[in-house]
Design a protein around this ligand. Structure first.
Ligand code: NAD
Length: 368
Protein backbone atom coordinates (compact mmCIF):
# COMPACT_ATOMS: atom_id res chain seq x y z
CA UNK A 1 0.00 0.00 0.00
CA UNK A 2 1.38 3.43 -0.98
CA UNK A 3 1.15 6.27 1.54
CA UNK A 4 1.67 9.78 0.15
CA UNK A 5 2.63 13.02 1.88
CA UNK A 6 2.40 16.16 -0.25
CA UNK A 7 3.93 19.47 0.72
CA UNK A 8 1.33 21.61 2.50
CA UNK A 9 0.09 24.38 0.22
CA UNK A 10 -1.90 26.55 2.65
CA UNK A 11 -0.40 29.95 3.39
CA UNK A 12 1.77 30.05 6.55
CA UNK A 13 1.54 26.27 7.05
CA UNK A 14 4.98 24.95 8.01
CA UNK A 15 4.03 21.53 9.36
CA UNK A 16 4.28 18.25 7.50
CA UNK A 17 2.05 15.22 8.06
CA UNK A 18 4.90 12.68 8.44
CA UNK A 19 8.40 13.14 9.81
CA UNK A 20 11.28 10.97 8.59
CA UNK A 21 11.23 9.00 11.86
CA UNK A 22 7.52 8.18 11.67
CA UNK A 23 7.68 7.63 7.89
CA UNK A 24 10.47 5.12 8.53
CA UNK A 25 8.29 3.31 11.05
CA UNK A 26 5.54 2.93 8.46
CA UNK A 27 8.09 1.57 5.99
CA UNK A 28 9.15 -0.99 8.61
CA UNK A 29 5.47 -1.87 9.04
CA UNK A 30 5.43 -2.90 5.36
CA UNK A 31 4.00 0.24 3.74
CA UNK A 32 5.57 2.24 0.92
CA UNK A 33 5.89 5.93 1.78
CA UNK A 34 6.19 8.69 -0.79
CA UNK A 35 6.92 12.30 0.23
CA UNK A 36 6.91 15.34 -2.05
CA UNK A 37 10.27 17.04 -2.45
CA UNK A 38 10.74 19.71 0.23
CA UNK A 39 7.59 18.70 2.12
CA UNK A 40 9.33 18.71 5.49
CA UNK A 41 11.76 21.55 4.85
CA UNK A 42 9.86 24.27 6.74
CA UNK A 43 9.71 21.93 9.74
CA UNK A 44 13.49 21.22 9.51
CA UNK A 45 13.10 17.75 7.97
CA UNK A 46 15.13 17.67 4.76
CA UNK A 47 14.70 15.21 1.89
CA UNK A 48 17.93 13.30 2.78
CA UNK A 49 16.48 12.43 6.20
CA UNK A 50 13.38 10.95 4.55
CA UNK A 51 15.51 8.96 2.09
CA UNK A 52 17.66 7.66 4.95
CA UNK A 53 14.50 6.40 6.63
CA UNK A 54 13.51 4.43 3.52
CA UNK A 55 10.97 6.96 2.27
CA UNK A 56 10.83 7.78 -1.46
CA UNK A 57 11.01 11.46 -2.39
CA UNK A 58 8.85 12.42 -5.39
CA UNK A 59 9.36 15.54 -7.50
CA UNK A 60 5.79 16.82 -7.64
CA UNK A 61 2.50 16.83 -5.77
CA UNK A 62 0.86 15.26 -8.83
CA UNK A 63 3.18 12.24 -8.50
CA UNK A 64 2.46 11.88 -4.80
CA UNK A 65 -1.32 12.10 -5.19
CA UNK A 66 -1.33 9.99 -8.38
CA UNK A 67 0.64 7.10 -6.87
CA UNK A 68 -0.89 7.00 -3.38
CA UNK A 69 -3.58 4.73 -2.02
CA UNK A 70 -3.78 6.98 1.03
CA UNK A 71 -2.69 10.62 1.25
CA UNK A 72 -1.81 12.16 4.64
CA UNK A 73 -2.15 15.91 5.06
CA UNK A 74 -2.29 18.52 7.80
CA UNK A 75 -4.61 21.12 6.27
CA UNK A 76 -7.83 20.31 4.39
CA UNK A 77 -7.28 19.49 0.71
CA UNK A 78 -7.62 22.39 -1.70
CA UNK A 79 -9.89 21.98 -4.71
CA UNK A 80 -6.76 21.53 -6.86
CA UNK A 81 -5.51 18.78 -4.52
CA UNK A 82 -8.85 16.97 -4.63
CA UNK A 83 -8.48 17.00 -8.41
CA UNK A 84 -5.10 15.24 -8.07
CA UNK A 85 -6.47 12.42 -5.86
CA UNK A 86 -6.74 9.01 -7.53
CA UNK A 87 -10.29 7.67 -7.86
CA UNK A 88 -10.94 5.32 -4.95
CA UNK A 89 -7.95 6.50 -2.86
CA UNK A 90 -8.14 7.57 0.79
CA UNK A 91 -7.16 10.88 2.38
CA UNK A 92 -6.65 11.87 6.03
CA UNK A 93 -6.43 15.52 7.20
CA UNK A 94 -7.91 17.85 9.81
CA UNK A 95 -10.96 19.91 8.83
CA UNK A 96 -14.53 20.74 9.74
CA UNK A 97 -16.56 19.30 6.84
CA UNK A 98 -19.08 22.15 7.08
CA UNK A 99 -16.26 24.64 6.46
CA UNK A 100 -15.02 22.70 3.40
CA UNK A 101 -18.30 21.79 1.69
CA UNK A 102 -17.03 22.17 -1.86
CA UNK A 103 -13.95 20.01 -1.30
CA UNK A 104 -16.02 17.40 0.54
CA UNK A 105 -18.58 17.01 -2.27
CA UNK A 106 -15.77 16.76 -4.82
CA UNK A 107 -14.00 14.12 -2.70
CA UNK A 108 -17.20 12.08 -2.69
CA UNK A 109 -17.61 12.56 -6.45
CA UNK A 110 -14.09 11.17 -6.98
CA UNK A 111 -14.96 8.23 -4.74
CA UNK A 112 -12.23 9.23 -2.28
CA UNK A 113 -12.59 7.88 1.27
CA UNK A 114 -11.80 10.97 3.32
CA UNK A 115 -11.27 11.17 7.07
CA UNK A 116 -11.05 14.25 9.28
CA UNK A 117 -9.21 13.87 12.56
CA UNK A 118 -11.04 16.99 13.80
CA UNK A 119 -13.99 14.61 14.31
CA UNK A 120 -12.09 12.03 16.36
CA UNK A 121 -14.10 10.96 19.44
CA UNK A 122 -12.36 11.87 22.72
CA UNK A 123 -12.15 8.23 23.90
CA UNK A 124 -9.29 6.99 26.08
CA UNK A 125 -8.28 4.51 23.38
CA UNK A 126 -8.23 7.32 20.81
CA UNK A 127 -5.70 9.42 22.76
CA UNK A 128 -2.64 8.37 20.69
CA UNK A 129 -4.53 9.54 17.57
CA UNK A 130 -5.69 12.85 19.04
CA UNK A 131 -4.30 15.62 16.87
CA UNK A 132 -6.53 18.27 18.46
CA UNK A 133 -4.89 17.63 21.83
CA UNK A 134 -1.34 17.49 20.51
CA UNK A 135 -1.71 20.68 18.50
CA UNK A 136 -3.55 22.44 21.37
CA UNK A 137 -0.56 21.60 23.56
CA UNK A 138 1.67 23.47 21.11
CA UNK A 139 -0.73 26.43 20.96
CA UNK A 140 -0.96 26.74 24.75
CA UNK A 141 2.82 26.75 25.07
CA UNK A 142 3.37 29.20 22.23
CA UNK A 143 0.66 31.59 23.47
CA UNK A 144 2.66 32.16 26.64
CA UNK A 145 5.86 32.79 24.69
CA UNK A 146 4.02 35.31 22.50
CA UNK A 147 2.73 37.07 25.60
CA UNK A 148 6.22 37.04 27.14
CA UNK A 149 7.68 38.76 24.10
CA UNK A 150 4.83 41.29 23.90
CA UNK A 151 4.80 42.39 27.52
CA UNK A 152 7.21 45.00 28.81
CA UNK A 153 7.68 43.04 32.03
CA UNK A 154 9.74 40.07 33.22
CA UNK A 155 7.81 36.88 33.97
CA UNK A 156 9.88 35.80 37.01
CA UNK A 157 10.47 37.83 40.14
CA UNK A 158 13.97 39.32 39.98
CA UNK A 159 15.98 40.59 42.91
CA UNK A 160 18.73 42.74 41.45
CA UNK A 161 21.04 45.57 42.44
CA UNK A 162 18.68 47.77 40.45
CA UNK A 163 15.79 46.79 42.67
CA UNK A 164 13.28 44.00 43.09
CA UNK A 165 10.86 43.32 40.27
CA UNK A 166 7.64 41.47 41.03
CA UNK A 167 6.64 38.40 38.97
CA UNK A 168 4.12 38.76 36.15
CA UNK A 169 0.55 37.85 37.01
CA UNK A 170 -0.91 35.53 34.40
CA UNK A 171 -4.59 34.60 34.18
CA UNK A 172 -5.66 31.65 32.01
CA UNK A 173 -9.33 31.43 31.03
CA UNK A 174 -10.36 27.91 29.97
CA UNK A 175 -8.21 25.13 31.39
CA UNK A 176 -8.57 22.35 28.81
CA UNK A 177 -5.57 20.94 26.96
CA UNK A 178 -4.25 24.31 25.70
CA UNK A 179 -5.03 26.14 28.94
CA UNK A 180 -3.25 23.59 31.13
CA UNK A 181 -0.17 23.77 28.91
CA UNK A 182 -0.29 27.59 29.10
CA UNK A 183 -0.45 27.39 32.90
CA UNK A 184 2.51 25.00 33.04
CA UNK A 185 4.57 27.16 30.66
CA UNK A 186 3.83 30.41 32.50
CA UNK A 187 4.74 28.72 35.80
CA UNK A 188 8.05 27.51 34.32
CA UNK A 189 8.83 31.11 33.36
CA UNK A 190 8.24 32.13 36.97
CA UNK A 191 4.88 33.91 36.71
CA UNK A 192 2.20 33.85 39.38
CA UNK A 193 -0.66 32.06 37.64
CA UNK A 194 -4.37 31.82 38.25
CA UNK A 195 -7.00 30.15 36.08
CA UNK A 196 -10.73 29.90 35.61
CA UNK A 197 -12.95 27.33 33.91
CA UNK A 198 -16.63 26.49 34.12
CA UNK A 199 -15.91 22.77 34.60
CA UNK A 200 -15.37 22.18 38.32
CA UNK A 201 -13.29 19.03 37.61
CA UNK A 202 -10.50 21.28 36.37
CA UNK A 203 -9.76 22.85 39.79
CA UNK A 204 -7.54 19.99 40.93
CA UNK A 205 -5.58 19.92 37.64
CA UNK A 206 -4.99 23.68 37.83
CA UNK A 207 -3.78 23.45 41.43
CA UNK A 208 -1.52 20.49 40.68
CA UNK A 209 0.34 22.79 38.26
CA UNK A 210 0.94 25.34 41.01
CA UNK A 211 -1.73 27.82 39.90
CA UNK A 212 -4.66 29.25 41.83
CA UNK A 213 -8.15 28.29 40.70
CA UNK A 214 -10.56 31.21 40.67
CA UNK A 215 -13.87 29.87 41.88
CA UNK A 216 -17.21 31.30 40.82
CA UNK A 217 -20.42 29.72 42.04
CA UNK A 218 -22.14 28.00 39.10
CA UNK A 219 -25.37 26.31 40.10
CA UNK A 220 -26.12 24.73 36.70
CA UNK A 221 -24.45 21.67 35.14
CA UNK A 222 -21.69 23.21 33.01
CA UNK A 223 -20.14 19.95 31.79
CA UNK A 224 -21.45 17.33 29.35
CA UNK A 225 -21.22 13.61 30.06
CA UNK A 226 -18.33 13.57 27.56
CA UNK A 227 -16.29 15.99 29.70
CA UNK A 228 -16.75 19.14 27.56
CA UNK A 229 -18.16 22.50 28.60
CA UNK A 230 -21.76 23.39 27.78
CA UNK A 231 -23.11 26.79 26.82
CA UNK A 232 -24.06 28.65 29.99
CA UNK A 233 -27.50 30.10 30.63
CA UNK A 234 -27.80 33.82 29.93
CA UNK A 235 -27.91 34.66 33.64
CA UNK A 236 -24.82 32.59 34.51
CA UNK A 237 -22.92 33.97 31.52
CA UNK A 238 -23.74 37.50 32.65
CA UNK A 239 -22.37 36.71 36.11
CA UNK A 240 -19.31 35.10 34.52
CA UNK A 241 -18.58 38.25 32.49
CA UNK A 242 -18.75 40.40 35.65
CA UNK A 243 -16.53 37.92 37.54
CA UNK A 244 -13.93 37.92 34.75
CA UNK A 245 -14.05 41.73 34.34
CA UNK A 246 -13.06 41.93 38.01
CA UNK A 247 -10.32 39.25 37.69
CA UNK A 248 -8.58 40.71 34.61
CA UNK A 249 -7.97 44.02 36.41
CA UNK A 250 -5.08 42.44 38.37
CA UNK A 251 -3.57 40.51 35.45
CA UNK A 252 -0.53 41.49 33.40
CA UNK A 253 -1.20 38.68 30.91
CA UNK A 254 -4.47 36.94 30.05
CA UNK A 255 -4.48 33.80 27.89
CA UNK A 256 -7.93 32.73 26.73
CA UNK A 257 -8.66 29.24 25.39
CA UNK A 258 -12.37 28.69 26.11
CA UNK A 259 -14.26 26.65 23.53
CA UNK A 260 -17.50 24.71 23.23
CA UNK A 261 -17.30 21.92 20.62
CA UNK A 262 -19.28 22.73 17.48
CA UNK A 263 -20.27 26.21 18.70
CA UNK A 264 -18.92 29.74 18.54
CA UNK A 265 -16.40 30.39 21.32
CA UNK A 266 -17.98 32.07 24.36
CA UNK A 267 -17.29 35.76 24.93
CA UNK A 268 -15.42 36.07 28.22
CA UNK A 269 -13.78 39.52 28.07
CA UNK A 270 -15.95 42.43 26.93
CA UNK A 271 -14.59 45.72 25.59
CA UNK A 272 -15.58 47.30 28.91
CA UNK A 273 -13.54 44.67 30.78
CA UNK A 274 -10.52 45.51 28.59
CA UNK A 275 -10.99 49.17 29.53
CA UNK A 276 -10.66 48.14 33.18
CA UNK A 277 -7.25 46.51 32.59
CA UNK A 278 -3.87 48.10 33.28
CA UNK A 279 -2.03 49.73 30.34
CA UNK A 280 0.74 47.38 29.21
CA UNK A 281 -1.37 44.26 29.83
CA UNK A 282 -1.50 41.62 27.09
CA UNK A 283 -4.38 39.35 26.09
CA UNK A 284 -3.67 36.36 23.83
CA UNK A 285 -6.95 35.02 22.44
CA UNK A 286 -6.48 31.42 21.29
CA UNK A 287 -10.17 31.11 20.44
CA UNK A 288 -10.00 33.84 17.79
CA UNK A 289 -10.47 31.35 14.94
CA UNK A 290 -13.89 30.31 16.29
CA UNK A 291 -15.17 33.79 17.13
CA UNK A 292 -12.85 34.83 19.96
CA UNK A 293 -13.11 34.98 23.77
CA UNK A 294 -12.28 38.69 23.80
CA UNK A 295 -14.80 40.97 22.14
CA UNK A 296 -11.99 43.08 20.63
CA UNK A 297 -9.81 40.26 19.24
CA UNK A 298 -9.26 40.17 15.47
CA UNK A 299 -8.13 37.00 13.64
CA UNK A 300 -4.44 37.26 12.73
CA UNK A 301 -4.07 40.79 14.06
CA UNK A 302 -2.82 42.63 17.13
CA UNK A 303 -5.22 45.26 18.44
CA UNK A 304 -4.18 47.94 20.95
CA UNK A 305 -6.88 49.50 23.12
CA UNK A 306 -5.95 51.99 25.86
CA UNK A 307 -2.49 50.47 26.09
CA UNK A 308 -3.77 46.88 26.30
CA UNK A 309 -2.53 44.60 23.50
CA UNK A 310 -5.01 42.01 22.26
CA UNK A 311 -3.32 39.34 20.15
CA UNK A 312 -5.37 37.08 17.88
CA UNK A 313 -2.82 34.59 16.52
CA UNK A 314 -3.84 32.05 13.88
CA UNK A 315 -2.50 28.51 13.52
CA UNK A 316 0.01 28.74 16.37
CA UNK A 317 0.89 25.05 15.98
CA UNK A 318 2.50 25.89 12.64
CA UNK A 319 4.89 28.32 14.38
CA UNK A 320 6.57 25.42 16.22
CA UNK A 321 6.68 23.19 13.15
CA UNK A 322 9.31 20.66 14.17
CA UNK A 323 7.69 19.36 17.34
CA UNK A 324 4.15 20.06 16.15
CA UNK A 325 4.86 17.87 13.08
CA UNK A 326 6.49 15.20 15.24
CA UNK A 327 3.38 14.94 17.42
CA UNK A 328 1.04 15.20 14.43
CA UNK A 329 2.95 12.48 12.56
CA UNK A 330 2.66 10.10 15.51
CA UNK A 331 -1.07 10.80 15.80
CA UNK A 332 -1.83 10.38 12.10
CA UNK A 333 0.30 7.25 11.71
CA UNK A 334 -1.51 5.67 14.68
CA UNK A 335 -4.78 6.47 12.92
CA UNK A 336 -3.47 5.00 9.67
CA UNK A 337 -2.40 1.78 11.37
CA UNK A 338 -5.86 1.66 12.97
CA UNK A 339 -7.62 1.61 9.58
CA UNK A 340 -5.07 -0.41 7.58
CA UNK A 341 -4.79 -4.17 8.00
CA UNK A 342 -2.53 -6.42 5.89
CA UNK A 343 -1.67 -3.61 3.50
CA UNK A 344 -5.24 -2.53 2.71
CA UNK A 345 -7.91 -0.24 4.10
CA UNK A 346 -10.25 -2.21 6.39
CA UNK A 347 -13.09 -0.04 7.63
CA UNK A 348 -15.25 -1.19 10.52
CA UNK A 349 -18.10 1.29 10.80
CA UNK A 350 -19.11 -0.25 14.15
CA UNK A 351 -15.91 1.34 15.50
CA UNK A 352 -16.58 4.92 16.71
CA UNK A 353 -13.11 6.02 15.59
CA UNK A 354 -13.87 5.06 11.98
CA UNK A 355 -17.56 6.00 12.06
CA UNK A 356 -17.04 9.49 13.50
CA UNK A 357 -14.05 10.50 11.38
CA UNK A 358 -15.14 9.18 7.97
CA UNK A 359 -16.43 12.14 5.96
CA UNK A 360 -16.86 10.55 2.51
CA UNK A 361 -17.16 6.87 1.57
CA UNK A 362 -18.33 4.95 -1.52
CA UNK A 363 -19.20 8.14 -3.37
CA UNK A 364 -21.31 9.55 -0.54
CA UNK A 365 -20.90 12.41 1.92
CA UNK A 366 -21.37 10.97 5.44
CA UNK A 367 -20.60 14.13 7.48
CA UNK A 368 -21.32 17.75 6.70
P1 NAD B 1 -12.04 22.71 24.55
O1 NAD B 1 -10.98 23.14 23.60
O2 NAD B 1 -13.36 22.27 24.03
O3 NAD B 1 -12.32 23.93 25.58
C1 NAD B 1 -11.26 24.54 26.28
C2 NAD B 1 -11.69 24.83 27.70
O4 NAD B 1 -12.62 25.91 27.71
C3 NAD B 1 -12.39 23.67 28.40
O5 NAD B 1 -11.68 23.33 29.57
C4 NAD B 1 -13.77 24.23 28.72
O6 NAD B 1 -14.31 23.74 29.94
C5 NAD B 1 -13.49 25.72 28.79
N1 NAD B 1 -14.68 26.58 28.66
C6 NAD B 1 -15.74 26.47 27.80
N2 NAD B 1 -16.63 27.45 28.00
C7 NAD B 1 -16.12 28.23 28.99
C8 NAD B 1 -16.58 29.41 29.64
N3 NAD B 1 -17.74 29.99 29.33
N4 NAD B 1 -15.79 29.95 30.62
C9 NAD B 1 -14.62 29.37 30.96
N5 NAD B 1 -14.13 28.25 30.39
C10 NAD B 1 -14.89 27.69 29.43
O7 NAD B 1 -11.52 21.61 25.54
P2 NAD B 1 -10.33 20.56 25.36
O8 NAD B 1 -9.07 21.23 25.67
O9 NAD B 1 -10.48 19.89 24.05
O10 NAD B 1 -10.65 19.53 26.54
C11 NAD B 1 -11.95 19.32 27.03
C12 NAD B 1 -11.99 18.06 27.89
O11 NAD B 1 -11.75 16.90 27.12
C13 NAD B 1 -10.97 18.03 29.00
O12 NAD B 1 -11.59 17.42 30.11
C14 NAD B 1 -9.91 17.11 28.47
O13 NAD B 1 -9.17 16.49 29.50
C15 NAD B 1 -10.76 16.12 27.74
N6 NAD B 1 -9.99 15.42 26.71
C16 NAD B 1 -10.07 14.06 26.62
C17 NAD B 1 -9.35 13.40 25.65
C18 NAD B 1 -9.41 11.89 25.49
O14 NAD B 1 -9.83 11.22 26.40
N7 NAD B 1 -9.00 11.38 24.34
C19 NAD B 1 -8.57 14.10 24.77
C20 NAD B 1 -8.52 15.50 24.87
C21 NAD B 1 -9.25 16.15 25.85
Amino acid sequence: MNIGVPKETAEHERRVALTPEVGGRLVKAGLTVLVERGAGEAASFGDPAYRAAGVTVAATAAEVFGQSDCVLKVQPPSIAEVGLCSEGAALVAVFQPSAARDAVSRLAARNVTAFSLALLPRLTRAQPLDVLSSQATVAGYKAVLLAATSTGRFFPMLVTAAGTLPPARVLVLGAGVAGLQAIATARRLGAVVSAFDVRPAVKEQVESLGARFLAMEISEQAETAGGYAKELSEETHRRELAFIAQSVKDADIVITTAAIPGKRAPTLITAAAVDGMKPGSVIVDLAVETGGNCELAQPGRDVIRNGVAILGPLNLASTLPCHASQMYARNISSFLLHIVKDGALRLDFEDAIVRDTCVTYAGEVRKL
